[in-house]
Write a protein that binds this ligand. Structure first.
Ligand code: ZN
Length: 192
């Protein structure tokens, strides 16, 4: 079963078919396709993995595309246009232009409104869920960064203490060596 490769996206086909919320899954353009690089870059940014590459079966779900990236066949099936490139819907540090509120007011052309409305409702639901999840993760991230800073400081302090103790140990050892030598010398003198 395909699932969406994007981080924080919980869409996978078993769940989505069950709720039939119109989410579709889309494989990457084939090697040599002009848009392939943009898809890869998008996922690399999303996952913060510069070396990430898709497999033959890697999918991105329809939530990460614009409504105009799809077209409907006469039988009502929804397909992704060849020119489509996924995009980041949540407001993030590197994409401030698309605020979550602007996305909740997406314009739908009349001819497609019958098909799009339930999908949009689901997309909005998904979007709100994602925004809440992201907020939560950002909070956790902040907390972890704080903890990380604190632990680094603590680590530095402990390293310093260890260094100090090591140098003391060297001193103590050399003093002990000296004393041992003196005792030995003294015992030699006594024997004589
Ligand atoms: Zn997805």
């Amino acid at each position: 079963m395909p699932n969406c490769i994007l981080r924080y996206c919980k869409n996978y086909s078993k769940r989505t078919t069950k709720f039939s919320d119109g989410v579709t899954f889309h494989k990457f353009p084939r090697p040599g396709h002009e848009k392939r690089e943009q898809w890869i870059k998008f996922v690399q940014n999303n996952r913060s993995e510069d070396t990430w590459l898709p497999s033959e079966h890697t999918c991105i779900c329809s939530v990460h595309f614009r409504e105009e990236d799809f077209y409907l066949t006469k039988t009502g099936r929804r397909y992704l246009k060849k020119s489509a490139v996924p995009f980041e819907k949540l407001s993030s540090e590197d994409n401030r232009n698309t605020s979550p509120t602007s996305l909740l007011n997406v314009d739908v052309s009349d001819s497609e409104s019958i098909f799009d409305t339930p999908i949009q409702i689901e997309l909005k639901k998904e979007l709100r869920k994602n925004i809440a999840a992201k907020k939560k993760l950002l909070g956790i991230n902040k907390k972890l960064k704080r903890q990380c800073r604190y632990l680094k400081l603590k680590n530095q302090q402990l390293t310093d203490i260890i260094k100090e103790l090591k140098s003391k140990l060297v001193k103590v050892e050399s003093v002990a060596d000296n004393e041992n030598q003196q005792i030995q010398e003294a015992s030699v003198v006594v024997k004589e």
